[in-house]
Design a protein around this ligand. Structure first.
Ligand code: ATP
Length: 591
């Protein structure tokens, strides 16, 4: 097959989508592909890799490094690449097997590889990095009681560094990286310990301190592709920065509006910053395929994006109507939510409904109580990424995994079953939190032998280690069988369901006090005017709102309460959220 024939095949696959084809065929070596969810990003990425291989701009598959933030996202890319690239390149003669050699990894997984291979230059313990215990460095007190002989000064260096990573304080990180790494090298590695941040900081140190290592990787990976780039945190960015040499081809894909991970250190306006730093040419995909037959969702998606593009003067052509109902109080609102779920499930029995709350609190307790009283089962997914019990459960799973794999270095169903037995002896499975976590663990374990059965034993080990190490059990909420799923907007990122209900769409809730409401001069009406003073926070809230809305494949429903109990125990009136009053949204009540 000639290159022209492959081009023709790709044109056919993309049904003439000009922006996608431009992104695939461009000869620009440094590219930023702005791609909102559902705009065909995955399809474009797969065709682009195939075309680059066919045209020789990637000489061999192993010269491409594909990175992303979460393990689950890396696995999805790997699956697409493995299955689809050979189909596009069918009939093309190659002396390699395409799918096997492309390295698709999350940042931590890739950093582990670097350390496993060359980390001995920093400390011998890094050769066996899989045997090191990953310890949480968010609290100095925890560190002092868990790391024998650690000084208070060292524990404080770690705690502070971790805090500044979350605050995205680049200057602090630059100035204190060496001290942080030194504590790890002196006090942690010799004790068989490492931190989650340390996997990235030591990998970055390896690339900065050893030119030979840096040059090796820069020459090996002539093309670096990053997916979901907006979620790159400040330490992953550092790693990327050292990996990209003057001649590296760079393809970054992402969407700034879906960046809601500010609290774990994802850098604001990262796409724009990276575009300048790496000299990227930007191509924005502009066709929404996910909502192509759903006019209502399509215009809602579009209008929120337009508000983000020009917050003070969004260019709206047609209003999006949204289904919104307000109720006198939370109890009535919760009863209506339960009724809506029952209705949706009865009319669409294979369906799932996700109730996405902005935060935990009394309103959620009322919702849960109402579901229980009505006898409608739901999946409890309200733990946050930082919830100590959630984090500890992931750690415990990892510990048991290491205990079992030491006995027999083979990921088998029997081994995973043994881990579950050990864990069940440690936790109260009648507690809703642990019951949910065991369900998620069961899904992960099952996927190892279904969706991920094509992985090698080592890759299966990596998948399990990296998922648990990154507290990644939550990524499996999407596959939960329950018809009703109660989780947070942040926890829902990257997941989707047919129906989504967004409760609490009132002031002080979504947005909340820390979001926009605290100090807002428009409290009487909640008709927000975007100004220099509030634009940043407004865009942050709009991102969360956008992510929440676009989790729905078919429809999103909004509810609110007209009253709430304030911190003094008084009943107070609440306005409808300013987010439902942005230009381009027209609310319609269905009841
Ligand atoms: N040019 C196109 N022509 C026809 N269908 C397309 C085109 N681009 C994408 N699609 C289809 O639209 C759907 C979404 O595409 P894809 O999964 O690539 O998008 P995405 O941006 O990665 O979405 P998500 O973030 O939801 O995973 C898929 O079913 C895909 O096959």
């Amino acid at each position: 097959m000639t290159l022209d024939e492959i081009k023709e095949k790709i044109r056919g696959l993309h049904l003439g989508d000009a922006k996608q084809l431009d992104a695939i065929f461009t000869t620009e070596k440094r590219l930023l592909i702005e791609a909102p969810a559902g705009y065909g990003k995955t399809k474009t990425m797969v065709s682009k890799i195939a075309y680059m291989l066919a045209s020789g701009s990637i000489p061999y598959p192993k010269r491409l490094l594909a990175l992303t933030f979460s393990v689950n996202a890396a696995m999805k890319i790997k699956k697409d690449v493995t299955h689809q690239i050979p189909l596009i390149l069918e009939g093309v003669k190659t002396d390699y097997t395409i799918s096997e050699k492309i390295l698709v990894s999350n940042y931590h997984g890739f950093a582990r590889r670097l350390l496993k291979r060359s980390g001995y230059k920093l400390h011998p313990a890094l050769i066996n990095i899989d045997e090191l215990k990953i310890i949480d460095d968010s609290k100095a007190t925890y560190l002092l009681s868990n790391v024998n002989g650690l000084s208070y000064t060292s524990a404080s260096i770690l705690e502070k560094f971790n805090e500044e990573v979350k605050k995205i304080n680049g200057t602090y990180i630059q100035n204190n990286l060496a001290a942080y790494n030194q504590v790890l090298i002196n006090d942690f590695l010799s004790r068989g310990l490492l931190t989650y941040n340390g996997i990235l900081t030591l990998a970055a140190k390896l690339l900065t301190d050893f030119e030979v290592v840096r040059e090796f990787y820069r020459r090996l990976y002539t093309t670096v592709l990053v997916d979901e780039f907006q979620d790159t945190n400040v330490l992953s960015y550092l790693l990327l920065y050292y990996l990209i040499g003057a001649n590296t081809q760079v393809i970054l894909m992402g969407d700034d509006l879906q960046r809601i991970y500010g609290f774990i250190g994802a850098v604001p306006n990262l796409l724009t910053k990276a575009a300048t730093q790496f000299g990227l040419t930007k191509i924005s995909l502009d066709q929404n395929y996910r909502f192509k037959d759903n006019k209502q969702m399509l215009s809602l998606d579009q209008n929120i994006r337009r508000n983000a593009e020009q917050p003070r003067d969004p260019q709206i052509t047609e209003n999006a109507t949204v289904d919104f109902n307000s109720y006198p109080d939370h109890a009535t609102e919760s009863a209506a939510i339960v009724d809506k779920c029952k209705y949706l499930i009865s009319t669409d029995p294979d369906s799932h409904v996700a109730i996405l709350v902005k935060q935990r609190g009394p309103n959620v307790v009322t919702i849960m109580g109402t579901f229980q009283a009505a006898g409608v089962p739901y999946f409890y997914g309200l733990f946050s990424d930082e919830d100590p019990k959630y984090v500890e459960f992931n750690r415990e799973c990892l510990y048991e995994f290491f205990e079992q794999i030491k006995l027999k270095d083979q990921v088998t169903k029997k081994l995973l079953a043994a881990i579950t037995v050990k864990l069940k002896a440690k936790y109260d499975i009648t507690d809703p939190l642990y019951s949910s976590l065991f369900q998620l663990l069961a899904i992960l374990f099952e996927k190892v032998f279904t969706d991920f059965s094509y992985l090698s034993n080592q890759e299966k080990k990596d998948l399990l280690i990296e998922t648990l190490e990154g507290n990644g059990l939550k990524q499996y909420v999407e596959f939960i069988n329950a018809t009703v799923i109660l989780t947070t907007v942040h926890g829902s990122k990257g997941l989707e369901w047919p129906y989504v209900i967004l409760p609490d769409m009132e002031e002080q809730s979504f947005p909340n006090y820390y979001g926009l409401c605290g100090g807002c001069p428009y409290n009487n009406t909640c008709n927000l005017t975007v100004t220099d003073a509030n634009e940043h926070k407004y865009l942050e809230e709009l991102s969360v709102f956008y992510v929440a809305v676009t989790r729905a494949r078919k429809q999103v429903y909004f509810t609110s309460s007209n009253t709430a109990i304030n911190y003094k125990g008084e009943v107070v009136n609440r306005n409808i959220s300013c987010l439902l009053k942005i230009k381009g949204i027209q609310i319609l009540s269905s009841s």
